[in-house]
Design a protein around this ligand. Structure first.
Ligand code: BEZ
Length: 239
């Protein structure tokens, strides 16, 4: 079945490894020019379905509570929903004045929240998933690196609040991969062993199995090494 231009626009999305699509947008912190304003630092661009909804409120409070932690990992947060600026402002004021969640209260959201009534940004980033909702963005999380490359994408449906430990873990794991030229295994956290790139030749495979240095190989294709937690934190986290 042929898709119309309008459908193609809604269904298109950046993929891992692509340059983050550019846009300028009005936000609760003034205009931003993305990703150019964020060159040299990581950013997390995330969408939520609507202002004044409970799951979104719990997520915004959690992100705002963690903002300094992300900032110390050289990462800026940028939110988006298909709502207008005045709705955003009113919602953020209500959160600060009235809402208590998980022991957090009086929470001020200081990172920019994009107004996207036109769906310009949501369409560019594949945040509208028509089978879930044609009018609200799903809960998308785009991790964008200092060179404006999309490095990871997580999507959640409308009813499911995100896991912020995982969002932070993924950020630190990707930064660790970049800094130490390693990969990170399932459920990795700083201090856990890291994976070195698979052997690319028979000679290296043989070396891996006979080496006596710092590698530990289950088999020629599965080698890990120690990477001290403090070394990771000293490299990645700003003092
Ligand atoms: C919420 O944030 O609570 C929500 C938003 C849209 C659909 C379902 C829940």
């Amino acid at each position: 079945m042929e898709t119309t231009l309008e459908q193609q626009e809604v269904l298109s999305m950046p993929r891992i490894g692509d340059k983050a699509p550019s846009f300028t947008a009005v936000t609760t912190q003034g205009e931003i020019n993305f990703p150019e304003d964020y060159t040299g630092e990581w950013s997390i661009l995330f969408s939520h379905p609507a202002d004044f909804t409970p799951v979104c409120t719990s997520e915004f409070m959690t992100f705002a509570h963690l903002e300094e932690k992300f900032e110390k990992a050289n990462c800026k947060l940028i939110g988006l929903s298909i709502d207008g600026l005045y709705s955003h402002i009113a919602w953020l004021r209500t959160i600060k004045d009235k809402i208590e969640f998980n022991g957090m209260k009086n929470i001020e959201v200081k990172f920019p929240l994009i107004e996207d009534i036109t769906m310009n940004v949501a369409k560019k980033y594949g945040m509208i998933q028509p089978g879930e909702s044609k009018t609200q963005a799903v809960r998308a999380v785009f991790f964008i690196d200092p060179k404006s490359i999309v490095r990871a994408i997580i999507y959640y449906p409308l009813s499911l609040g995100r896991n912020f430990d995982e969002i932070y873990r993924a950020l630190i794991a990707m930064q660790t991969s970049d800094a130490f030229n390693v990969a990170t295994p399932a459920d990795w956290n700083p201090g856990d062993d890291v994976i070195i790139s698979p052997a690319g030749s028979c000679g290296v495979a043989e070396e891996r199995m006979t080496n006596t240095d710092d590698l530990e190989c289950e088999d020629w294709f599965f080698c890990t090494k120690k990477l001290d937690k403090q070394t990771v934190l000293d490299t990645i986290i700003k003092k």
